[in-house]
Design a protein around this ligand. Structure first.
Ligand code: NAP
Length: 274
């Protein structure tokens, strides 16, 4: 039986681009996709790490694994991956995973960090999503996976910019699901909770060890659950969410608010216009 991930056929699923493949969630995605037979294009800044990972995947899974070194927070880095998405018809899957956080109140966050975070978590993810969907829609095949975060559901102390970039990923990815409606192109939003990765050191401010026991997931479990959600045909996959009723309520309520917020008359409580 073909899985949801096999866009061409079960023996040749095509090429997957994984951004942020040099560590954490992206590295595990690369491994799991190679195990499913995907050829890989591994994107991040640290060339040495990517080359080691690529050699390991080629050796263990017999797939081709290419390294594409790019700083996605910069226009030239994002453009290099956009160009590849536009020119390589073998690409059947994009995992927009690269992202980072900084745990600081806004007033303590350097401007350069804010620019870099929005450049990576928002601008690059948007440009890469566009390039992927242009190619996938033209072929009526392909899968886009955007990695958001549970931190995008509501404001969380100490991560005002990060949480907001992930709220963007949430709304944006669901908007794209509307754009591929009626086609064979798939778009999945993945919402990890707290996952063991170097990302916590990059963010600073709070260590994984300081989190309440039992709330932290392994990177492997997170990615395996996300891929299982994709196979199940889920549009939104939150690996740690045992009861998905609140998620459905949230989606339902936001849809209702969208409809009711447009009215030409100010609400009565504002006592405008007599
Ligand atoms: N860990 C969690 O608890 C958690 C929870 C929710 C969501 N997430 C999301 O999961 C995704 C992966 O994070 P992770 O936890 O696996 O963190 P991680 O281990 O730090 O991995 C981040 C990856 O992004 C790459 N990256 C960072 N800046 C980049 C840039 N400017 N250009 C290109 N690549 C860049 C890093 O590679 P280089 O440094 O080599 O460039 C690395 O491969 C992120 O989007 C994160 O927001 C994580």
């Amino acid at each position: 039986m073909e899985t949801a991930l096999t866009n061409r056929n079960s023996s040749n699923p095509g090429t997957a681009i994984v951004t942020g493949a040099s560590s954490g969630i992206g590295k595990v995605y690369a491994d799991r996709l190679a195990a499913r037979g995907y050829d890989l294009i591994l994107v991040a800044r640290r060339q040495e790490r990517l080359s080691t990972i690529a050699a390991d995947l080629q050796q263990r899974h017999g797939v081709s694994a290419e390294v594409l070194v790019a700083d996605l927070s910069q226009p030239a880095g994002a453009a290099a991956v956009v160009d590849r998405l536009a020119s390589d018809a073998s690409i059947s899957l994009l995992v927009n995973n690269a992202g980072f956080s900084a745990m600081k109140p806004l007033t303590d966050t350097p401007d350069a960090t804010i620019r870099e975070m929005i450049g990576l978590n928002v601008t690059a993810l948007t440009l890469l999503s566009k390039a992927a969907l242009v190619a996938f829609k033209a072929r009526n095949a392909g899968t886009l996976v955007n990695v958001g975060s549970g931190a995008g559901f509501a404001p969380y102390p100490g991560i005002p910019v990060y949480g907001s970039t992930k709220a963007y990923v949430h709304l944006f990815t669901e908007a794209l699901q509307g754009e591929v409606e009626g086609t064979a192109v798939r778009v999945q939003l993945v919402l990890p909770g707290a996952v063991i990765s170097e990302g916590w050191e990059v963010a600073g401010g709070s260590s994984l060890e300081s989190l309440p026991e039992g709330i932290v997931m392994t990177t492997e479990d997170c990615v395996d659950a996300a891929l299982s959600g994709l196979d199940l045909g889920e549009r939104v996959t939150a690996p740690s969410l045992h009861d998905d009723a609140p998620l459905r309520e949230y989606e339902g309520l936001s849809g209702k608010l969208l409809q009711s917020v447009f009215d030409g008359k100010p609400a009565a409580r504002y006592k405008v216009g007599g």
